[in-house]
Write a protein that binds this ligand. Structure first.
Ligand SMILES: [Cu+2]
Length: 150
């Protein structure tokens, strides 16, 4: 009858290999998890950011209605020089004509439609995406989103 005899060193070697394999698989699992969270890449490698038009509404005790429109998310962050496609879906409100301060970008987001805005900023700063219909509190705003370029 044969016995398989391991030297202490051999055992430690296999233990070390086992731990390394476990660590490598754990790294891949975690990395795969990250990829699904941040996987907003379009086919040509341009990052996509999705935004909606949202409305908050409430009725006061005296029957008066209050409402406010917002871009959601209200702040997005992009890198200087990065190419981004900003998609805005019109959910609440019939239409939101907008412009981006400091640029010649303008357009309109309509209910039930998606507006795509290609973005690329070569200067750092905070650029305001302003809805011209809801630009301040008096007009059920301010419906302003901040594009932070780093
Ligand atoms: Cu608006």
């Amino acid at each position: 009858m044969k016995f398989l005899v391991f030297k202490k060193e051999t055992f430690i070697f296999f233990l070390a290999v086992g731990i390394m394999l476990a660590a490598i698989s754990a790294w891949f699992v975690l990395k795969a998890g990250d990829a699904t969270v941040f996987n907003q890449q379009s086919e040509d490698g341009i990052r996509e950011i999705h935004m909606i038009t949202a409305e908050f509404k409430t009725t006061m005790k005296n029957g008066k209605q209050l409402e406010a429109y917002r871009w959601d998310p209200g702040t997005i962050s992009i890198e200087k020089g990065e190419k981004v496609q900003l998609y805005i879906s019109g959910i609440n409100g019939e239409q939101h004509p907008f412009h981006i301060e400091g640029t010649d970008i303008k357009g309109v987001v309509k209910k039930g439609e998606e507006t795509m805005i290609p973005l690329q900023f070569n200067k750092e700063g905070t650029y305001r995406l302003i809805c011209e219909t809801h630009s301040n509190r008096e007009h059920n705003g301010p419906m302003i989103a901040y594009i932070v370029v780093n």
